[in-house]
Design a protein around this ligand. Structure first.
Ligand SMILES: C[S@@+](CC[C@H](N)C(=O)[O-])C[C@H]1O[C@@H](n2cnc3c(N)ncnc32)[C@H](O)[C@@H]1O
Length: 234
């Protein structure tokens, strides 16, 4: 019987192919199978990031993890999407799963990890997260000393966003998309709009930094973030 393959989840960083770790690069080049997620009919962002490094002879597995589904429906779809990866592992092939940013920070790899890591030897390689990259691309020091940093999905209701923003020194607001207007209004109400910085597709060749009040809410992509740096200047 074949020994089982090993499962690797590698963070590929926020977009710039040079923001990949040496370890991720080594594993990427040595795997016989690479797997990556993408929305249906869209190019995989994670694959695009690593495309300059691909040796060209690897088996590629594409999987879809639809967002915004009821948990039970999602469960059945995720179980099915993971099957081709499990088949390669069972056949003794190592599989490197690419994950945009860091694999365990809202990463798509977690859905594979929770399903397969108890059956196959698994290693996870951290990546540079958008949480780290966006403040740097914006040129804003983010947190000092004892500052509290809060990460908020823009999908939260207004009351929760308000309560969390009142209780923190610095914040990152992710998953903006169609929730942008709600977030911008909350920031104005709390007097935080002048400190808030908006960025989309950070570190990629399509990066854009736009003053908050000039952002067109109809054009806000999923890969965008509002960064509210701490007030402290030391
Ligand atoms: C599902 S989470 C994935 C986070 C990813 N694992 C990471 O560590 O950055 C997707 C959210 O990350 C943020 N994001 C990821 N890459 C980004 C980028 N290059 N520029 C701006 N925001 C980004 C956006 O807020 C997006 O809605």
């Amino acid at each position: 019987m074949n020994p089982k393959g090993r499962l690797y989840g590698i963070g590929v960083g926020p977009g710039d192919p040079e923001l990949l770790t040496l370890k991720a690069l080594r594993l990427l080049r040595s795997a016989s199978v690479i797997a990556y997620q993408s929305a249906i009919d869209r190019e995989s962002i994670a694959r695009k990031i690593v495309s300059p490094y691909l040796p060209g002879h690897q088996i590629e597995v594409l999987y879809h993890l639809p967002r915004a589904l009821e948990p039970e429906k999602a469960q059945a779809i995720y179980d099915k999407e993971v099957e081709p990866i499990a088949e390669h592992l069972a056949a003794g092939r190592d599989v490197v799963v690419l994950c945009e940013g860091d694999p365990f920070f809202y990463g798509s790899f977690m859905y594979i990890f929770t399903r397969l890591s108890d059956q196959y030897q698994t290693e996870v390689v951290p990546g540079i997260s958008s949480l780290m990259a966006c403040p740097v691309s914006l040129g804003v020091p983010f947190t000092y000393y004892n500052d509290i940093l809060t990460v908020l999905p823009a999908t939260l209701p207004t009351e929760m966003l308000t309560a969390q923003l009142l209780a923190t020194d610095a914040a990152a607001i992710m998953k903006l998309g169609r929730h942008f207007t709600k977030v911008r209004d909350v920031l104005h109400q709390l007097g935080l709009a002048s400190r808030a910085k908006y960025i989309e597709r950070a570190t990629t060749t399509q990066q854009r930094i736009i003053p908050l009040d000039e952002v067109d809410p109809e054009q806000v992509p999923y890969f965008s973030m509002i960064v509210i740096p701490t007030k402290q200047k030391l």
